[in-house]
Design a protein around this ligand. Sequence first.
Ligand SMILES: [Cu+2]
Length: 489
Amino acid sequence: MFGRRAQPQRVLIASSHALFGQGLRSLLQERHRAEVEIVGVVSSLEEVVSALERLKPDLVIVDYDDDNLNRDEFLARYVEGEGKLRVVLLSLQEGQQALVYDRRTLAASKTDDWLQEWTTSKRTVDRTKSGMPLKRNRPALQAIPIVENRRGDMKHLVIAGFLVILVTALLIFGLERVQLLPVAASAQAAPIDSLFDLEFKVIAFLFSLIVVLMLYSVIVFRRRKGDDTDAAHIEGNTRLEVMWTVAPLVTVLVFAYLGGQSLAETMRVEADPLEVNVIGQQWSWRFEYPELGIISSELILQEGQQALLHLSATDVIHSFWVPEFRVKQDALPGGKDFVRDLRITPTMVGEWKVRCAELCGLKHAYMESPVRVLAEAEFTSWVEANSVASGDPVERGQQVYQQFGCNACHSLDGTVSVGPSWQGIYQSQEPLADGTTVTVDEAYLHESIIDPNAKIVAGFNPGVMPQNFEEVLTEEQISDVIEFIKSVR
Ligand SMILES: [Cu+2]
């Protein structure tokens, strides 16, 4: 026996609680690495019996607190009875200190004392081991359950990995069949859509990775009937952590690069663009073509010709968005320094809508204007028809009403909206918020347009109507719109 001291003690742990086995395993290995070899962890008496045969342990450590193991029967069989062997009953429950029960006395002693005694001398082993089956022809190490688990893990990994790939493929196949985006009607849409496509594929993979692994675990590793063991205690895995840090980092960097490329592509300058000033105002859009001398309440563009939009707002932040063109840009108040540019090259003839994509007040949801893309010939005739001003002041005034967004707040049919209706107000007696009345004449209308807060119509609030029409409108436009108001009966 003494000649074999270099051989480690072979220890079998009996407990149905995984934590007990793992705790003890790491404790023993930490303190007595060379002297101890854990040959297995078993969870029932039946398994002990077969393990004794198979693994030939020198020592069995029994979980003293494990009711499933039936301590008394165990002791009767292996300590008192026929097949005597060295058994230690160990409790890890009382206080922080582990209690050790020797097989003969069942007297408690401290772990350290016990471990000390046990590992420093095999004399104890010799003295007490009479009858213990201490054969030294050991079975191969592969018999240890841990090794079998690794092989099982590999199998699960392969199956789950296959399922992840399968689900990813199905998702991508399905997504390609669903029309997620509206028709792409501009040159700027192409780089955006291809980036979007790629992102969706990566997202499909991520979704599968998470959901498939989760469902697989829930189903395959679910608790079986009658199994009340604790789950394995896992302390982290450096390789895995490095992987799941580096992979997202690389993905995000790649997408940042691709995103930068797409952004540059959407801003590419083409020769001879059509310049349009786009002005957002609560709650309408106005489109001015400085080169053509046209002001319009619709955005008219020519197919194949890049439009250079200069976006601004008169009151609050609005946002210019035509989903079919994909690109989007805020329109900011604040003057020249805050004008933002946006380039759009329409690639097909059609009719879309510009929407405001920035919550801008009460009628934000209705802040839409038609967008029409015309072929070259139609565009030319539109320019011709609109660049000559009408000779009729009422007709011109009606254009002002639409182009400068009066229609967002003033109806012509008596409907009270954000502002009073213009129907029949000329020459009427209008009650004001301060209790007086005013006769609606040209002077009052003029004042109401350039200085809306001077007199407030009863039932309405000051500060709602834009305060800047004196700068925005020419004197001629103001008198035109007054003529138009006079005509609304
Ligand atoms: Cu808006």
